[in-house]
Write a protein that binds this ligand. Structure first.
Ligand code: GLY
Length: 374
């Protein structure tokens, strides 16, 4: 066993010990963050449609694989059923169907071919396919909000939602879903990635003609800046596109973003919300570290020549999280501390569920036990 595997085994033993206690005392909920570190707030009760509502299910499937414990599987299926009300709420379904059902229903279907899980996954994929703008070759990201029409927006995060469509094509033996996903990935490759390897967050199109108009700042510091979670979605999303579409040009795009990310990692591995944010105040987003680590490991698996760099960097990021960025107290519910949903918000540096998911997934990739949910 090499050093990375030994580190992963040891850290995953701590994860399982903690998460057995956390899940046992938090049955029937879908968490987003914590309240006073004691209990996950139930994000499903607050907002059944919230984009993060699949990550807890995904984490439970990974933990089931890691430990073999039925508790995690039962809870994962309970989460999947809870999301059913979403499937008919057409005004609330969006491109994040991929995150929500890919990590729940599709994970379940991959586990035991459950027919209800298949139906849920396919409904989610079919709805997502309906969001494709044929003129602009993009998936519309968000729904209208506060009277604002948002038919014109596509975002980098969507790269991670495309695997739902690839799965639907495999299951249905019908390439039409995959064709849409490929068209969006090609658009993103051409328009979202800057020459230096940084990525834009939001693209604005004319939804009638499909003409690309301009980019916008989003959850990062400013227009033209470099939101780190967006960079991480880009690394992982384009690495997945290379695998799913057998297109080495996507691998080169993922590498360009990865190399930019690696060059900007601070010495202490604490990833800022934006690589171009002011030095002070310093706002960290540990979720970007966890997502990038898992994305780099995805890339390492497909790019043998540069694999040592990507694997070494992933281990550095995960080690820094395990040493100082994770709350190992079994009485506290979250794992990864110091995440930030966006730069311009009143609160920063708190636990967020997707950081926990990707932290666990990346560690499990290191010791070759991760379920492939993408
Ligand atoms: N996909 C939204 C986010 O990363 O915050």
């Amino acid at each position: 066993m090499d050093n990375a595997e030994t580190f992963a085994e040891k850290t995953l033993a701590q994860v399982s010990a903690k998460m057995k206690a956390v899940v046992a005392r938090n049955r029937g909920i879908i968490p987003y963050t914590t309240d006073a570190q004691q209990h996950f707030s139930d994000m499903y009760q607050k907002d059944p449609f919230w984009w993060t509502n699949g990550f807890w299910g995904g984490e439970l499937w990974q933990l089931n694989r890691l430990t073999g414990e039925d508790l995690f599987r039962e809870e994962a299926i309970a989460v999947e059923r809870k999301l059913d009300a979403n499937l008919t709420a057409v005004d609330h379904l969006d491109h994040d169907n991929g995150f929500k059902w890919g990590l729940t229903a599709v994970a379940h279907f991959k586990d035991d071919q459950d027919p209800d899980a298949r139906r849920r996954g396919l409904l989610a994929a079919e709805n997502m396919a309906g969001r494709f703008n044929l003129a602009g070759h993009y998936f519309r990201a968000w729904n209208d909000e506060d009277g604002t029409n948002r038919a014109d927006l596509a975002i980098i995060d969507c790269m991670m939602n495309l695997p739902l469509l690839v799965w639907a094509s495999q299951v249905e033996q019908d390439p039409r879903f995959k064709h849409l996903a490929l068209a969006h990935a090609k658009m993103a490759q051409q328009l979202m990635v800057r020459g230096d390897g940084s990525v834009k967050h939001i693209l604005v199109f004319d939804p009638e003609t499909g003409a690309y108009l301009h980019s916008q700042g989003g959850q990062g510091y400013a227009h033209g800046s470099s939101w780190t979670r967006g960079q991480a979605w880009g690394i992982y999303g384009f690495a997945l596109a290379a695998r799913h579409f057998h297109d080495p040009s996507f691998l080169m795009t993922a590498q360009r973003i990865a190399n930019y990310f690696i060059a900007n990692i601070p010495a202490d591995c604490r990833i800022p919300v934006d690589f171009r944010q002011p030095l002070t105040p310093f706002y960290e987003d540990a979720s970007a570290a966890a997502i990038a680590a898992s994305g780099l490991l995805e890339l390492a698996a497909d790019q043998p020549k540069d694999a040592p760099l990507y694997q070494r960097t992933a281990v550095r990021l995960l080690q820094a999280l395990a040493d100082d960025g994770v709350d190992w107290d079994k009485d506290h519910d979250a794992l990864v501390k110091r995440c930030s949903a966006q730069y311009h918000e009143p609160h920063h540096e708190y636990p967020i569920i997707y950081a926990d998911y990707f932290f666990i997934e990346a560690l499990m990739k290191l010791n070759h036990t991760a379920l492939d949910l993408w």
